[in-house]
Design a protein around this ligand. Structure first.
Ligand code: F0G
Length: 461
């Protein structure tokens, strides 16, 4: 018990370092202008602390690096594939594994296999690439997350939960046979890294079973989700993370996975399934889109690093410090009165740009503008998660106007120290004190797909 009260200090020491580059404000003005005010278009060499994403930005352990040297680069039947298969079976509990180059590779495969034109896919909020693959396969995504998820001030402990009434109403409206699966994410990235409870997943499973609808889990951050379950769900406080993860997956028919998050690697993902027929089709399609079914676009060494990453990711001291670091920053910002999404999420602290910059209209891209200003202020790179990320309505062509207009400060795993966190807090505080002077942006270039990656902006006069 005594140990529980200690702070979340990093459960590792540093053996190899990567030097950071400091920039001047003048450098940053030039770099941001060249990048069209889009932090995705900045060169990483122009960034001081990179909080763009927790995807593929993790620091691997010596155990993982040692595994990289054990890569079996055979075209077919690499030993690292079998090791990964065994770890996925043990920790996630699914029977069959198809490795993919990253999460969206798995999303592509499952969308193509299960979705027919005209189908509806229900899910808790949405994720950009997941929804796009569902749409490209001819489906329409419908958000059935609980209302609290769209309210940045609600402190509901499981804001990732699915609203069973909304799901049931949707089933009644479009018919169960037109819903190939429910797309359930743990945690929900765009809601602010918010968890879904075991109780909710269990109920979703029961409802879907009644109607013959599959449940596909986005397990990208399911280990972080398990940490929240352990801390917030009744009866789970003494269970291990591995045990909770297994139960989470047990309510689903398969998962898509971006190993670049929870699994502490720089590249990799997988599709895991229980149904042989779906697996067989996935293996067929992998050969077309990813690579042979025993490597799926990955080198043997990458599969080994991911297999070893699973073992480390479910360790309690790891996940406690991982989420603890995010919480540390969130709590400090909260104390300063800076508007953030509550409760604090698992992989990121989300600034509420609507409240931060109330003088800007949503089509002046407040979150995009705030991310740009944070970079100018400090060289810290964050990401917009608001109207730009939400894209356009398929039918009307108008912007989607999401309720949440956020800037995501995302924490790579095992990369930055508490002192970096302090610099971040000071930088956001400085920005907050001059927030009235921050102006909006105009979009001057808009790509067709996933526009937030490559869109360009200029400041409004
Ligand atoms: N699902 C979730 C919940 C994600 O956050 C991501 C990626 C994916 C799927 C797709 O996986 O990138 O390996 O193809 N999220 C990254 C992010 C890009 O920054 O949040 P991927």
């Amino acid at each position: 018990m005594q140990e529980q009260k200690r702070s979340w200090a990093e459960p590792y020491k540093i053996k190899s370092v990567e030097l950071l580059k400091m920039t001047t404000r003048e450098d940053r003005v030039r770099a941001l202008h060249e990048a069209g005010y889009n932090t995705f278009l900045l060169k990483s060499d122009d960034v001081y602390i990179d909080l763009l994403t927790d995807s593929g930005t993790n620091a691997m352990s010596e155990y993982q690096w040692a595994g990289m040297m054990m890569g079996d680069e055979a075209y077919a039947g690499s030993r690292n594939y079998y090791n990964l298969e065994q770890k996925v079976q043990k920790y996630y509990g699914y029977k069959y594994l198809v490795p993919t180059h990253q999460g969206r590779g798995a999303e592509h495969l499952i969308s193509k296999i299960l979705i027919r034109p005209g189908n509806t896919i229900a899910g808790n909020m949405y994720f950009t690439t997941t929804r796009l693959h569902q749409e490209l396969a001819g489906g329409t995504f419908v958000d059935v997350i609980i209302d609290e998820a769209h309210d940045s001030t609600s402190t509901h402990p499981f804001k990732g939960n699915i609203d069973l009434k909304k799901l049931e109403a949707l089933i009644n409206k479009v018919g169960a046979k037109n819903i190939p699966y429910v797309s359930a994410a743990a945690t929900v990235n765009l809601a602010g890294g918010q968890p879904i409870s075991l109780e909710n997943l269990r109920a979703v499973r029961a409802l879907c079973k009644q109607h013959g609808i599959k449940v596909i889990l986005d397990a990208t951050r399911a280990i972080e989700n398990a940490w929240f379950i352990k801390n917030r769900e009744k009866g789970c406080e003494n269970r291990s993370i591995a045990d909770i993860l297994l139960e989470t997956c047990s309510y689903t028919d398969g998962c898509t996975m971006s190993g670049k998050k929870d699994l502490l690697v720089n590249i990799g993902g997988f599709l895991a399934l229980n149904d042989w027929d779906v697996f067989e089709e996935a293996r067929n399609l992998t050969v077309v889109y990813e690579g042979l079914h025993t490597y799926g676009g990955l080198a043997g060494r990458d599969m080994e690093a991911m297999a070893r990453g699973i073992e480390e990711a479910v360790q309690e001291d790891h996940i406690r410090a991982r989420v603890g670091q995010v919480e540390y920053v969130g709590e400090r910002l909260k104390k300063l009165g800076i508007p953030i999404v509550l409760p604090i999420g698992g992989h990121a602290v989300f600034l509420d740009a609507r409240k931060f910059l109330p003088h800007l209209k949503q089509d002046q891209f407040p979150a995009q503008a705030l991310a740009a200003e944070l970079y100018l202020e400090s060289g810290i790179r964050a990401m917009e998660r608001g109207i730009v990320s939400a894209g356009r309505n398929k039918e009307t062509g108008d912007h989607n106007y999401p309720k949440l207009e956020l800037v995501r400060l995302t924490f790579p795993r095992r990369v930055y120290t508490q002192a970096h966190c302090d610099v971040l807090v000071e930088s956001v505080e400085a920005l907050y004190s001059r927030r009235n002077k921050i102006t909006g942006l105009k979009m001057i270039y808009e790509p067709k797909y996933l526009r937030f990656f490559q869109a360009r902006f200029e400041p409004l006069k």
